[in-house]
Design a binder for this molecule. Structure first.
Ligand SMILES: [Zn+2]
Ligand SMILES: [Zn+2]
Length: 66
């Protein structure tokens, strides 16, 4: 089974394994088949108004740091 390809939900840039990426803190953006990932905080910020979140923050994932 090929691994799910990771790409930014905003700019569609590929997110390479081992690189840092950003996810949305809103649960509906991280459940089910739609797991949104963003290559940068800027791309996440572009997502927030389109998703009509009332309260949202971003979480950094990936990379070497916790
Ligand atoms: Zn992006
Ligand atoms: Zn979201």
């Amino acid at each position: 089974m090929p691994p799910a390809s990771m790409s930014c939900a905003t700019c569609r840039k590929a997110i390479a394994p081992g690189t840092r990426w950003v996810r949305c803190s809103v649960a509906s953006c991280n459940t089910g088949r739609l797991k949104l990932r963003f290559c940068t905080q800027k791309c996440w910020e572009a997502h927030v108004p389109t998703a009509r979140h009332r309260k949202a923050s971003f979480v950094e994932e990936g990379g070497a740091a916790e």
